[in-house]
Design a protein around this ligand. Structure first.
Ligand code: ADP
Length: 366
């Protein structure tokens, strides 16, 4: 009976995976206007079911100001967290079959990166972002396969700030709030599959509530040393890595998969004439790592023979999970407000380059 259930589930999974052709996907998500922000003046002209997006230049009304983009998917501001997750579920599940998956959120500060990845502050289950939903799903499926495959799951959480990698779950700064014993050796065999951060603490997890506890600690540690969490988090990349080791109980063979969930630093351009010192240094580091990430994904998408992983800490760290059999998804986040038009355009141009599809001036609309 059990075997039959697994087969059926795998077949479904296979069909879902078939639909996700290619290894690099770009999904664009437009966030809604927030209450109390004045009269909404949107740049989003059209969102198509097939991934078409048309934006309008607020200073050039009419046909000339229209630009058309095409991504694997575009979400209108009304899309729910559940809808978004249902589209990426097959990708997340493939980790349990031994794939490496990276999911990024890219966009200017305030465009909804953290909302998509984690959800709003103190969110209820309904508002959960990709992180919690992904882990929840992984645990559910691993339970359902219990009789056939035994899974172990471990979580790491790091931050890259000014090209330095910081362990957000280090025993030193987590004030020992985590109830489990730190056991970095638990999944040491994942090294065969490329361990993301060799020196960062890894915790074994067996339930979604373990993960919530860990992420809370990580978030607290992220805030240390900065006046406001928002300020700091917009200038650093945060990476949650989920390592999975599955042992087939009949054959004894072992598979490894990992999932990287990356909330990138804000992509907004900083006016060099206006910042100096620390802010300038931060801005330069962010610029460099985001453009290196763009270069790497573009090289992979265009099947270039040289992939420039070495140009930033971010791409070095994720090297084994970008390219090859690994699957990459980038959420490109947009603030629809007319005042953000030029930032949105630079976000969309980045996304266009990454996806390898450039359309330019809108030929069709609506
Ligand atoms: P970022 O991480 O890019 O700086 P946030 O995720 O913090 O942006 O989003 C900025 C604000 O917009 C937050 O108050 C967040 O709750 C809200 N927000 C973002 N996306 C959505 C959405 N899809 N639905 C409702 N509110 C959203």
């Amino acid at each position: 009976e059990n075997y039959h259930a697994v087969l059926t589930e795998n077949r479904k999974l296979f069909n879902e995976l078939q639909e996700l052709k290619g290894n690099i996907r770009v999904f664009c998500r437009v966030r809604p206007f927030l209450p109390g922000q004045g009269a909404p003046n949107t740049v989003v002209e059209y969102v198509g079911e097939d991934g078409e997006l048309v934006v309008t230049n607020p200073t050039r009304p009419g046909k000339d100001g229209l630009r058309q983009f095409k991504f694997n998917k575009v979400y209108s501001p009304t899309a729910t967290q559940a809808e978004v997750f249902s589209d990426i579920r097959p990708l997340v599940r493939s980790v349990l079959d031994g794939y490496n998956v990276c999911i990024f959120a890219y966009g200017q500060t305030g465009s909804g990166k953290t909302y998509t990845m984690s959800g709003p502050d103190g969110s209820s289950k309904e508002d959960w972002g990709v992180n919690y939903r992904a882990l929840n799903d992984l645990f559910k499926i691993s339970q359902s396969r219990k009789g056939n495959i035994s899974y172990e799951v471990g979580v790491q959480m790091v931050e890259i700030y000014n090209e330095q990698v910081l362990d957000l779950l280090s025993d030193d700064n987590s004030q020992k709030k985590y109830p489990f014993v730190l056991n970095p050796g638990i999944l040491s065999t994942t090294q065969q599959n490329g361990l993301a951060v060799p020196d960062a603490s890894m915790y074994p997890v067996t339930s979604t509530s373990d993960v919530i506890t860990l992420m809370d600690i990580g978030l607290q540690n992220r805030a240390v040393g900065s006046t406001a969490l928002n300020e700091r988090s917009s200038r650093s990349h945060s990476i949650v890595t989920v390592h999975v080791r599955g042992k087939d109980l009949k054959t004894g063979s072992v598979l490894y998969g990992n999932l990287h969930l990356v909330d990138l630093a804000g992509s907004e351009r900083v006016d060099r004439s206006e910042v100096t010192g620390d802010r300038l240094r931060e801005a330069q580091h962010i610029n460099k790592s985001l453009s290196s990430l763009g270069d790497v994904i573009f090289s992979l998408a265009s099947k270039s023979s040289h992939v420039p992983y070495r140009n930033s800490k971010l791409t070095q760290l994720l090297q084994t999970s970008l390219g090859g059999r690994a699957k990459t998804l980038m959420f490109v986040q947009l603030n629809p407000d007319a005042t953000s038009y030029s930032e949105s355009m630079s976000t969309l141009k980045f996304a266009e380059r990454v996806s390898g599809v450039e359309l330019g001036a809108a030929k069709t609309s609506k």
